[in-house]
Design a protein around this ligand. Sequence first.
Ligand SMILES: Cc1ncc(COP(=O)(O)O)c(C=O)c1O
Length: 387
Amino acid sequence: MAGTEIFGREEIAAAADVIERKMIHRYGSHHLRGGVYRAEEFEDAAKAITGSKYALAVSSGTAALITALKGIGVKPGDEVITSPFTFIATVEAIVACDAVPILGELDETLSLDAASAEKLVTPRTKAIMPVHMFGVAADMDKFVALGKKYSIPIIEDACEVVGGTYKGRALGGIGDCGAWSFDPNKTLTVGEAGMVFTDDHDTWFRMDCYHDHGHVHSKEHDRGAEGKFGFGVNYRISELQGALGVVALKKMPEALASLRATKKKIIDAGVAAGLTPRPMHDAEGDTATHVIFMLPTAEAARKFQAASGCAVIADNTWHYAKHWKALQEMGEKEYFGNRTPSYMPETMAQAESLLSRAVMFGLNIHMSDEETEKMIKAVEAGAKAAL
Ligand SMILES: Cc1ncc(COP(=O)(O)O)c(C=O)c1O
């Protein structure tokens, strides 16, 4: 299991330090801190990875997406284009802003297809949210070009790709905003937290205030004495999460290297058995905790599944909009002066044609030779049965 798998003495020391100093909250109490701000250090470490001008740590990846949407000024009834293959949080973030989720099609890498997103642009489109799904980059050059062409902000849902890259650039730092998650299922976890990135000062300022009840943060004033800017919520992280985050980002290169080494062995074995791995826009930047192969037909995928015990992605109720009843129920309704489209499964035929052929194995960060060999045997058995 990802996340806590790599916890060790470093996390214990980092957490103990916060507790011993009794400085568990990130804002205020400046005279008692001795200049130590762990949440800020976490943000600085994240910024150093993406090269973004601003990073804001928040309480979850979902909070990061909502904060980004609020930061760019999404209003009720606005449309936000995203992918039908994502964790439900992407769509929930749009709905939390009373905006309308508009679902595009997938490209062959299983990320949002930029050409399909362009066809969905209307005067009400206020953001496009490509999702770097299952550890793999969406085609960011195309999204950046699309954003420029229509003057629409691109918000990267990079919750699953902390440390991932696209053509040498860190994911989360390419679009107008980007969001990372550190929830317990991620390779790097702090329990719960997210990070939101931007290069734009005004967007950062709105996000910074929004995530903390509209407080205008300042080290000159203590809590309560600072200025106020608009309404907000409480998406703050604690110093405990900040301290764990600093450790997590230090461990990132080693964790990703271990995952990549295992993946390579399994993908190579699959290719030798005649399988087609999931195509990627930039395989070097892949951070996936999965290995995915694309079978020629849905029937072949079922045969592969029966022989190997793997999952077929089309069945995945967490990550495929076809399964989300709550979304279906909000379809074809009047909605803050706009109208929602249908979200019924038949509107997702193109995604279905890809996801019903996609078979997937989940990985741990560290896998023994025996565990890897067992997975390779399953891949080979699947290939023999299906091809
Ligand atoms: C693609 C994607 N977006 C958003 C999120 C939300 O992150 P969190 O669980 O930290 O709220 C996740 C988490 O699984 C995710 O995978």
